[in-house]
Design a protein around this ligand. Structure first.
Ligand code: PGA
Length: 252
């Protein structure tokens, strides 16, 4: 179902005491603000998930993980399975973030397996796509995003696809302070919705949440979220500051 969403991707940040303070501040503030129907999702590091799902139980936000390994259990030292997340009441998981594609060589083919593994257990993937700067400069950004969707998502049956949330994150905008313009975001989001429509039909396309990510902050969120095909944001740096993150959640 298409929803307005603001998801915070904490990445590899905060020690436990900082994570506790941050989630407490966010939970307290969310009690006092008008979200206009938006859903707030926090994606902390794995080791804080249990503490944060406990807070979420009595608060107005949901919890996501930043990664999984696509198997239920087994000899995969250091990895975390979707089954483990499910038992902790984690409902979402980021898949295909550009940092994982870049630093951990995650291919479209491998990401497809992660998407499948999450859906089997009823977790919703927040699937990231987006081009690097040379690809945009060479006018290949539409082709790159199309290939990412085709190779990791478009094998899904129509009913399964309805559980996918997409995040368009131009890599040149992530953590750089350079945000895509509202026109650039809208253009790509409309293109993604068009691709979904061609593959799964207009109803599925209009029911899919497509988030923008990349230097989204308290100042530019309202402008980006006002675009017809931008359903919210995946927020990195600005999700680590409670007041700024709350401002983003109220930018619809
Ligand atoms: P940023 O990161 O908001 O710090 O640019 C976004 C993301 O990587 O999801």
């Amino acid at each position: 179902m298409r929803k307005k969403i603001v998801a915070g991707n904490w990445k590899m940040n905060t020690v436990f005491s900082e994570a506790e303070t941050l989630v407490t501040e966010i939970a307290d503030s969310l009690d006092d603000v008008e979200l206009n129907g938006a859903e707030v999702i926090l994606c902390p590091p794995f080791i804080y998930l249990e503490m944060i799902t406990d807070v979420a139980f009595e608060s107005n936000f949901k919890v996501g993980a930043q990664n999984i390994y696509p198997a239920d259990s087994g000899a995969f030292t250091g990895e975390i399975s979707p089954l483990m997340l499910k038992e902790l009441n984690v409902e979402y998981c980021i898949v295909g973030h550009s940092e994982r594609r870049q630093y951990f060589q995650e291919s479209n083919e491998f990401l497809k397996k992660k998407v499948d593994a999450l859906l089997i257990h009823g977790l919703q993937p927040i699937f990231c796509c987006g081009e690097v700067l040379p690809e945009r400069e060479a006018n290949q950004h539409f082709d790159v995003v199309k290939r990412q969707l085709e190779e990791s998502l478009f094998h899904l049956a129509p009913a399964a696809f309805l559980n996918i949330i997409i995040a368009y994150e131009p890599v040149w905008a992530i953590g750089t302070g350079v945000t895509a313009t509202k026109e650039q975001a809208q253009e790509m989001h409309a293109y993604i919705r068009q691709l979904i429509s061609e593959k799964y039909g207009a109803d599925a396309a209009s029911e899919t949440s497509i988030l923008y990510g990349g230097s989204c902050n308290g100042k530019n969120a309202a402008e980006l979220f006002s675009q017809p095909d931008v359903d919210g944001g995946l927020i990195g740096g600005a999700s680590l500051k409670s007041a700024e993150f709350i401002k983003i959640t109220t930018s619809f």
